[in-house]
Design a protein around this ligand. Structure first.
Ligand SMILES: C[S@@+](CC[C@H](N)C(=O)[O-])C[C@H]1O[C@@H](n2cnc3c(N)ncnc32)[C@H](O)[C@@H]1O
Length: 261
């Protein structure tokens, strides 16, 4: 005798095919843009890199601050926590946009990857071959300032992403969605681009802590030009979306990146 459950059993391709009853889950399968296995894998790897590099950084620094090889491990720990938080903020407050690409691991462009590789190489090469030159630039006061920038920058960016919720999108939107609301509360009450403010100061701060003279200059210049252009474009779209409300909001807030108004 056939049971009800056997009656309704479908082959896996029927269940997952277009319009099949489980088609809604196809996004979550391996290779889907919200693939649960890829999300679990990325989170595991980033957690592992964060834990190991933070521990190595602390051990090397406390053994002897003059052993400069705590620096690359510091950089890896900031990078891994940054990429983990990019996804976590989406998973917490922006579920419809939480995708594997929200980690920004391999989707942030070649310039991003090249600049981080350059920073890593500069700190390793100067620590190994030119320690005096590195010491000359990386004074404790600059490093403490850099660390403050990293902590404040990362915190402001993550808090902004949580407060903006589903209104935040890694890709600047040129068409207004029905659900898109103008965010003017929380950190957005003071800063109109807090996630850009946060990233700018976080990134420059990492270079100050590492004692990277070349990359401090390069990161400041390249990021300034990038955000200056992006903010102007984004504000044109936001003015189209929200009209006078955005103009009034703009007049009462700051950007917080030098010379960008
Ligand atoms: C990568 S997010 C960056 C948001 C903002 N510029 C920041 O730095 O926090 C880009 C998206 O956020 C949206 N956005 C920017 N400011 C907003 C605001 N105050 N309220 C609602 N959406 C905003 C833009 O429309 C764009 O699609």
């Amino acid at each position: 005798m056939e049971t009800d459950s056997e009656d309704t059993e479908l082959s896996s391709s029927d269940q997952l095919g277009p319009g099949g009853p489980l088609a809604i889950y196809s996004d979550l399968l391996p290779n889907g843009k919200r693939s649960l296995s890829a999300i679990a894998r990325n989170a595991f790897i980033l957690g592992l890199v964060f834990g190991c590099s933070l521990l190595s950084c602390i051990i090397l620094f406390t053994q002897s601050p003059s052993n400069r090889f705590w620096r690359p491990f510091f950089f890896l720990s900031t990078l891994s926590s940054f990429h983990y938080l990019e996804f976590w903020t989406h998973a917490y407050a922006n579920v419809p946009n939480a995708e594997v690409s929200s980690f920004l691991l391999f989707t942030n462009g070649k310039a991003y990857q090249a600049s981080h590789l350059s920073a890593f190489l500069e700190t390793v090469i100067t620590a190994w071959f030119f320690p005096d030159w590195q010491d000359h630039f990386s004074r404790p006061a600059l490093q403490i300032l850099g660390l403050a920038c990293v902590i404040i920058g990362q915190t402001v960016r993550s808090v902004a992403m949580v407060q903006a919720g589903t209104n935040f999108n890694h890709i600047v939107q040129s068409k207004k969605k029905e659900t898109h609301m103008l965010v003017t509360y929380g950190v957005y009450a003071w800063l109109r681009h807090p996630s850009y403010f946060g990233f700018f100061w976080y990134a420059v701060g990492t270079q100050l802590v590492l004692g990277n003279l070349l990359c401090t200059i390069a990161f400041s210049g390249v990021l300034w030009a990038f955000f200056n252009h992006r903010i102007k474009q984004e504000e044109k779209f936001l003015t189209n979306f929200f009209g006078k409300d955005y103009t009034a909001y703009k007049a009462s807030t700051l950007v917080g990146i030098p010379f960008i108004r």
